[in-house]
Design a protein around this ligand. Structure first.
Ligand code: IMP
Length: 431
């Protein structure tokens, strides 16, 4: 297959960074197509740990083109810092290795302030638990047609006009929230200053990628967050503000849908969630604590402790459907080592009726109780396994049962953060 999309099939933090890095060796282009620096991808290469937020994971591999597509919202100040940090780790980043779509909307400081002010003002039940990075407000401005976009940085008059359009809206909002109005001149000066560092990377990404595609180059689309945080198909309103599902890969860079040949869903062997919102299989007992400790479940971006629970096959079957997942990469199986019994959610009970999907209505979601199936655990370590023969029989049974329940095969099995601790079943890039 020529082009592969990688999407998180749960609430994010499924271990996409390692898998994307693993696949990026086989790709020519690595493209981000949604989200922003709310994402946190950790790559472990040899002794070095890279923490990426806005940059595509491909930047740490030489000889690849990394792309930030128009579906992303970009904080230029954060990006420049991230580039400098990664350069400090010895990675070369040039306009030949990194391109930013000219039609990418910018995240301005006012977006972060608004995001945080709203979260602070919200009543406990209404808080989203955002990353506070301005993602939602920046996407609101995009669809509200008042974004400052990368291309606007090249011309002072256009930049001023775009800033004025945004400020008309934001200053009114800020008055309502009791925040000082924006200092227009300071914002324009800051944008002009940062533009020198951003514009060298600006490019007509849609054109470059269409040409790459015609030339037979392999494109890896790197999703951020997870399908249950999708603005349409996630647990709304406790979601992020972009489409996370695989269909977004095409619109988020400017390719047609036929450019997607294979969709790989990244699935953790249990479930986690950061932030607020429904989580049917959440465990608040010792088992949940143990998953969190063994799995080091702390957010890469915010450092927040993640909520943990049993594997929800019902939800993953749903996300595999909405993203058209061809195969999954199952990660962190080793975190389940040592549990005597494991539970998998196979559906929900809603007022005495069995459901095989999570209903959309919030009141119904709240009344859904998970229906579990129990499987025997295993005592041996699966950490670092590199072949099926290294896995205990019960672990293999668990994996097979997951495949059956979600109706999707395992293409890759990851057994530690190390890139080589991976069992390959199907190469998503294979023709
Ligand atoms: P926002 O994307 O900052 O607006 O946050 C909205 C929701 O998405 C919150 O529940 C966040 O915790 C969650 N979220 C955003 N980015 C990530 C991520 O990369 N991993 C996991 N959760 C995320």
């Amino acid at each position: 297959m020529a082009n592969v999309v990688v999407v998180g099939a749960q609430w994010g933090d499924e271990g996409k960074g390692k898998i994307v890095d693993w696949l990026s060796e086989r790709a020519d282009v690595i493209a981000r197509f949604q989200g922003g620096h709310n994402a946190g991808h950790t790559l472990v290469i040899g002794e070095t740990v890279y923490k990426l937020h806005a940059l595509p994971s491909g930047v740490v591999r030489g000889g690849k083109l990394s792309v930030i597509g128009n579906g992303v919202v970009l904080d230029p100040w954060h990006l420049v810092k991230e580039i400098e940090g990664i350069r400090g780790q010895g990675v070369e980043i040039t306009p030949e290795t990194l391109m930013i779509a000219e039609n990418t909307p910018l995240i301005l400081p006012l977006h972060g302030e608004l995001d945080r002010a709203r979260e602070e003002a919200a009543n406990p039940g209404a808080k989203i638990g955002t990353t506070g990075r301005g993602i939602g407000p920046a996407y609101e401005d995009k669809v509200g047609r008042r974004s400052v976009r990368v291309a606007d940085l090249g011309d002072r008059a256009t930049l001023e006009a775009r800033v004025d359009r945004a400020l008309t809206h934001h200053n009114a909002l800020r008055r309502g929230l009791g925040i000082d109005p924006i200092d227009r001149e300071a914002l324009i000066a800051d944008l002009e200053a940062i533009s020198e560092k951003i514009l060298p990377f600006a490019a007509p990404v849609w054109k470059v990628l269409n040409e790459k595609r015609k030339a037979g180059k392999r494109i890896l689309f790197e999703g951020a967050q997870g399908a249950l945080l999708d603005i349409d198909f996630g647990t709304y309103p406790f979601v992020t503000s972009s489409n996370v599902i695989a269909g977004q890969a095409a619109t988020g860079v400017g390719l047609g849908p036929s450019a997607i040949d294979y969709t790989l869903g990244i699935v953790k062997a249990y479930t986690t969630r950061v932030g607020e919102g429904p989580f049917p299989t959440e465990l608040t007992d010792e088992d949940g604590k143990r998953l969190g400790e063994r799995g080091h479940e702390f957010g890469t971006t915010t450092g927040r402790q993640r909520r943990c629970g049993w594997f929800d096959a019902c939800l993953v079957k749903q996300t595999c459907a909405t993203s058209g997942v061809n195969g999954i990469a199952l990660t962190k199986l080793d975190v389940l080592d040592g549990f005597e019994t494991l539970k998998i959610c196979t559906g929900y009970d809603l007022d005495g009726t069995r459901l095989d999907y999570l209903p959309t209505a919030a009141d119904q979601q709240a009344r859904c109780t998970p229906v579990y199936e129990e499987l025997p655990g295993w005592s041996q370590s699966t950490e670092g396994a590199r072949s099926w023969a290294d896995l205990p029989a019960e672990a293999i049974k668990y994996v097979r049962r997951v495949e059956e329940l979600i109706e999707c095969p395992v293409a890759l099995l990851s057994t530690s953060p190390e890139r080589d601790d991976t069992i390959l079943v199907t190469d998503p890039f294979a023709d």
